[in-house]
Design a protein around this ligand. Structure first.
Ligand code: F6P
Length: 342
């Protein structure tokens, strides 16, 4: 059997660990031949392949990014996109495909599976917002990077009696902000799921200074104020899946806090640092187990499924279960973090 592998959407630490596990198990235990498709769905769309054997996977376990490259190409928004994909898969002699991606990449996989393409999915995203799985790989690494940044910012904020606003990734879901904010002892965590009240944020800032501590406010890039969103910043640009490019809420928030409280406030935008570099041990472990399970699913003909972590087990769920609805922070989980606000 010849199996294609692709990685799509925003890259994240652990992608190479999945690829390595797929290849090692596929070659050794199933006698498969593997082929890499370059740059997400652009690979099968344009017939861009690369050799993918055990030799190509040597030394990639701790390496961030993806040796296959990635893109946000959406074949369903391109004329004859689906027909071109099926033609190119046949031309490359590919019987089945493993798609490693987030809501968009696996959303395409879901539709292709419905059209009869033999595909299985592996969930990845630093945002941890895919349903059906307890965690996606990449998230733990992003949270650790953000937590280390918050730890470092505490000491400099306190030395200068400043407010520091830390903007983290999270377009629709506040998981990174919630976990890193709690782990790093932030004085406020602002997430997309719960519009924030700037008055309450400023009151928290005053309370924090009253106890001689400098406030650290962690804000997701997709967070919006209750007033109606006039503080959120979007560039106006959209990607192939229709998502606006975010960024800027941290700066806006810092200047609003400075203006309202008279305290000096600065913003730190962590951005793509959260997606780069080596994965944590947890992410390598999770990504490796997803990869092993994905190639086994192919061997068993269990197509249209997505690998998922449930407790400590790796299980298979229908692809649609992972991509149907985003997994958001619940009110109860947010309430736990609020105990430490101000
Ligand atoms: O989906 C992961 C993610 O890192 C989001 O947190 C973020 O909004 C987005 O990707 C940024 O995408 P890009 O790197 O394409 O600007």
């Amino acid at each position: 059997m010849r199996v294609g592998v692709l990685t799509g959407g925003g890259d994240c630490p652990g992608l190479n660990a999945v690829i390595r596990a797929v290849v090692r198990r596929g070659v050794r235990d199933h006698g498969f031949e593997l082929v890499g498709f370059r740059d997400g769905w652009r690979g099968p769309l344009e017939g861009l392949t690369m050799e993918l054997g055990v030799a190509q996977c040597r030394g990639i376990l701790p390496r961030g990014g993806t040796i296959l490259g990635s893109s946000r190409t959406n074949p369903f928004s391109i004329e004859n996109g689906v027909a071109r994909i099926t033609e190119n898969l046949a031309a490359a002699g590919v019987d089945a495909l493993i798609a490693i991606g987030g809501e968009d990449t696996l959303g395409v996989a879901t539709k292709l599976a419905d059209l009869g393409v033999q595909v299985v999915g592996v969930p990845k995203t630093i945002d941890n917002d895919l349903s059906g799985t307890d965690f996606t790989f990449g998230f733990d690494t992003a949270v650790n990077i953000a937590t280390e940044a918050i730890d470092r910012l505490h000491t400099t904020a306190e030395s200068h009696h400043r407010v520091l606003v830390v903007e983290v990734m999270g377009r629709h879901a506040g998981w990174i902000a919630l976990h890193a904010g709690m782990a790093g002892g932030a004085s406020s965590v602002l997430i997309p799921e719960v519009p924030f009240d700037i008055e309450a944020v400023c009151a928290g800032v005053e309370r924090r200074f009253a106890t001689q501590y400098a406030p650290i406010i962690v804000v997701s890039e997709g967070a919006v104020p209750v007033e109606g969103g006039d503080m959120s910043v979007v560039s106006g640009q959209k990607d192939a899946f229709g998502h606006v490019r975010l960024g800027g809420i941290g700066d806006r928030l810092a200047s609003e806090i400075e203006h309202r409280t008279g305290k000096e406030a600065r913003a730190v935008v962590l951005g793509h640092v959260q997606r780069g570099g080596t994965p944590t041990a947890f992410d390598r472990w999770l990504a490796t187990r997803f990869g092993l399970q994905a190639i086994d699913a192919v061997a068993e003909g269990d197509f249209g499924t997505m690998m998922a972590l449930r407790g400590t087990d790796i299980v298979r769920v229908p692809l649609a279960e992972g991509t149907g609805e985003l997994k958001l922070v619940s009110a109860a989980e947010y309430a736990e973090a609020q105990v430490f606000f101000g």
